[in-house]
Design a binder for this molecule. Structure first.
Ligand code: UDP
Ligand code: MG
Length: 319
């Protein structure tokens, strides 16, 4: 689509070694595209010379915008700031360490032109440690099982979002964010483009295990109240078992009284009964807490792709 604009969002955390080549690759990939290009770099509290490099780019290239965070807020918030600031009709989010090849963004744009609202880049192959691959696989299996969202396997945050999707995502103001979950949750016409994920070009990962676990927790807790329902399930299981225990205690008391110590029956019944009762009650509380949690997340209730009415279409279609 001629005349359309496209924003690229690059979260930057200590990427000095990558910025020059990243910029060069992005320039190559976008040189002959018929769009107005915007390059949004979000400096997420880098401790190295990243900011100076970015400001230098900004000085020489007016497509470049630099958002400088006051400290390191984390990748998901850096991407959020980019989405909030982006002006493009399509927005492309990618990592800045060249693991997501800028050239692939051209394929994302092609599918966007085909009419898709979300085009995610799916890893055909991946150069990561066996540990990272295995933990990621387990995480996505669990998330699939317990949550209401369906995240395509082997995708990160490298994806293209149509303006209408960005507007919906901007309504998600929760603090602990899992953006790829939000994108799955919101719907729209989604498709995948396959690519081979390279190794990080320079520098070290900004995602140590601690941050990975936090992201995994945000994904599961943010899109599922399943852990809370586990409590009441355990409660009912414990109550069922305690009923057996009660029957056993009464049987002993009535039919084998010589084997039973004075007071044993009462204590056993009381302990089992109270244990089961408490877990069931906790489960009920969990049910309410889950609803409160959903309410305070304050998410949009639904996303509208288009409104068709006889007088006009409420929001411009993109072609
Ligand atoms: N990143 C960020 N803030 C952080 C950690 C990472 O903005 O606190 C950026 C980083 O610069 C990169 C992207 O997020 O552009 C992905 O991070 P990284 O490559 O370190 O993660 P990995 O690929 O190892 O999972
Ligand atoms: Mg990386």
């Amino acid at each position: 689509m001629r005349g359309a604009s496209v924003s690229y969002i690059f979260p930057i955390y200590n990427e000095t070694g990558n910025i020059p080549l990243l910029y060069q690759r992005v320039c190559e990939a976008t040189a002959d595209l018929p769009y107005d290009i915007e390059l949004l770099f979000v400096n997420d509290g880098s401790a190295d010379a990243s900011l100076a490099l970015l400001l230098d780019l900004q000085e020489h290239d007016d497509r470049v915008t630099v958002i400088d965070f006051a400290r390191n807020y984390g990748h998901q918030l850096a991407v959020t700031a980019g989405l909030d600031a982006a002006t493009g009709d399509a927005v492309i989010v990618m990592d800045s360490d060249l693991q997501d090849p800028p050239a692939v963004s051209r394929e994302l744009l092609e599918r966007w032109e085909d009419g898709y609202d979300v085009v995610y880049a799916q890893r055909r192959t991946r150069q990561d440690t066996a540990f990272k691959k295995a933990t990621a696989a387990i995480f996505y299996k669990v998330l699939q099982k317990v949550s209401e969202i369906d995240i395509p396997p082997n995708t990160g945050d490298f994806r293209l979002l149509d303006r209408r999707v960005v507007e919906e995502i901007k309504k998600f103001r929760e603090h602990d964010r899992f953006i790829r979950g939000m994108v799955s949750y919101i719907g729209f016409k989604q498709t995948a483009v396959q690519f081979d994920r390279d190794e990080r070009f320079a520098g070290v990962t900004g995602y140590p295990l601690r941050k990975m676990l936090k992201l995994a927790a945000d994904g599961i807790l943010g899109f599922s109240t399943f852990p809370l329902t586990v409590i009441s399930r355990m409660g009912f299981a414990a109550a069922g078992l305690s009923l057996l225990g009660v029957i056993y205690a009464l049987y002993m008391k009535l039919f084998v009284p010589e084997a039973v110590i004075e007071g044993w029956t009462f204590i056993v019944i009381a302990v089992l009964f109270m244990g089961g009762l408490q877990l069931i009650m906790l489960g009920i509380l969990g049910g309410y807490v889950g609803r409160i949690y959903k309410q305070v997340q304050n998410r949009p209730l639904y996303g509208v792709r288009n409104v068709y009415a006889s007088h006009k279409v409420s929001r411009g279609t993109k072609n």
